[in-house]
Design a protein around this ligand. Structure first.
Ligand SMILES: Cc1cc2nc3c(=O)[nH]c(=O)nc-3n(C[C@H](O)[C@H](O)[C@H](O)COP(=O)(O)OP(=O)(O)OC[C@H]3O[C@@H](n4cnc5c(N)ncnc54)[C@H](O)[C@@H]3O)c2cc1C
Length: 392
């Protein structure tokens, strides 16, 4: 560990929040032979945060920035490794079709990443794409790109596999035990819940939408957004994953929309990546379905997935935690080098979970991450106000 000297702490590392990132951090740390305690405010593998809803897209030709690609190479390796170790199917290779104007962020950025990192990307005109992917109506003026290696991660199974793997390696994981505050003296940390007080040498904070509460002293400029996701009914084999239906992403003038073929043979998942209502009180998230949640999705479906029914067979409400530039914040706490955090995954973080887990393990163990996580940490937002004790 980074801190020196003997310690009477019960644990080497405590992880606050064991959703997507925290479960992966517990696994990475436990694999290194460390004594780990993971705590979550909700029962484990829940649907109250950001890591639920059946599926997540994983891809390599990353339109957000080519610098993510090395992390994605590693993410693919680690997900495959976890699949092998856990004996569960975590990934299904469906491919991803992206539709947008040639000069839009999606197509331009995807092509740039593919070019720079020599990734396979197939390019189509809208007409060619309609023949290749018959369920979709691509606008005539769009360029279409298809990344064959992209696919779907089964989100709850991924979290479960990380947690089970950590427990098998000796980690203690407790759900329904919210952390109320933590403090550090640089050599050890004290973490309090309503039930217990725990001590460890280091702390990892991966509290998702609750990051601003758990890292209050950093005053991170994070915005939590409510996201509605629906599974809409169809009777079209073109939307079946095992008949070649890919995940899809459309950049349109009024917003970006995406989805994943349902794995139940009767529905397809549809959501809007752009927009969303800002959440000001995390204790009062509206998890019901309103007409306002459906209007934009229904209009997208009519125009681009004709034949898909307008009323969702089921739906889910999930949370994005946005940074101003939509890149992630993964770093050591500016005051305490035995406290690391990962936050602000801005609606595109899940695919990176095992990479973030490794990076956090590196940060608390060695003070620096082997992987290039260098979208500069919270300091890029000019955050320098820190305190000693955080009440969550
Ligand atoms: C609808 C939707 C679609 C998405 N699609 C994709 C996609 O296709 N591909 C992709 O890569 N990413 C996608 N994402 C983003 C991705 O899912 C998130 O970036 C990722 O799940 C964030 O993980 P996390 O660990 O930060 O948050 P979470 O998984 O929510 O984990 C945070 C955990 O901290 C716990 N916690 C909080 N406070 C405390 C406390 N005080 N004490 C104890 N525990 C606490 C919470 O209970 C929670 O379990 C999507 C997100 C959403 C919402």
């Amino acid at each position: 560990m980074q801190t020196s000297g003997k310690s009477d702490a019960e644990f080497d590392v405590i992880v606050i929040g064991v959703g997507g990132m925290g479960s992966a951090a517990c696994y990475a740390l436990a694999r290194r032979g460390l004594r780990i305690l993971g705590l979550d405010r909700f029962p484990l593998v829940h649907d109250q945060g950001s890591s639920h809803g059946e599926s997540r897209i994983i891809r390599k030709a990353y339109f957000e920035h080519p610098d993510y690609v090395p992390l994605l190479h590693r993410a693919y390796e680690l997900w495959h490794d976890l699949e092998r170790v856990s004996g569960r199917e975590l990934f299904r290779q469906t491919g991803l079709v992206l539709s947008g104007t040639a000069d839009g962020e999606t197509i331009r950025g995807t092509r740039l990443s593919a070019e720079q990192h020599h990734l396979e990307l197939q390019n189509f005109s809208a007409n060619e794409a309609r023949r290749r992917f018959p369920g979709f109506a691509f606008p005539n003026h769009h360029d279409v790109a298809f990344e064959p290696i992209a696919g779907t991660l089964f989100v709850e199974d991924c979290v479960r596999a990380h947690l089970d793997g950590a427990v098998q390696r000796g980690a203690i994981i407790r759900g329904s035990e919210p952390v109320t505050d933590w403090s550090s003296d640089g050599k050890s940390v004290c973490v309090r819940t309503a039930m217990h007080e725990y001590r460890a040498r280091s702390l990892v904070i991966t509290s998702g939408a609750w990051a601003t509460e758990c890292l209050r002293d950093l005053q991170m400029p994070l915005t939590v957004v409510r996201k509605f996701v629906g599974w809409f009914p169809h009777h079209n084999d073109a939307f079946l994953a095992d008949r070649g239906c890919p995940a899809y992403f459309f950049e349109l003038p009024h917003g970006t929309f995406y989805g994943i073929p349902g794995f139940d043979s009767t529905t397809i998942k549809v959501a809007e990546h752009s927009g969303g209502e800002t959440v000001t009180d995390l204790t009062r998230i509206d998890r019901s379905c309103h007409p306002g949640d459906l209007v934009r999705l229904q209009s997208f479906l009519t125009d681009h997935l004709p034949g898909v029914g307008p009323e969702p067979a089921r739906y889910s409400v999930c949370l994005y935690t946005l940074t101003p530039d939509r890149h992630f914040s993964i770093d050591l706490h500016p005051k305490w080098n035995n406290v690391a955090f990962a936050a602000g995954f801005s609606g595109h973080g899940f695919k990176f979970c095992p990479v973030v887990g490794e990076a956090l393990a590196d940060l608390v163990q060695r003070g620096t991450a082997a992987l290039p996580i260098g979208f500069p940490g919270c300091r890029r937002d000019g955050l320098d106000r820190v305190g000693d004790e955080i009440t969550v």
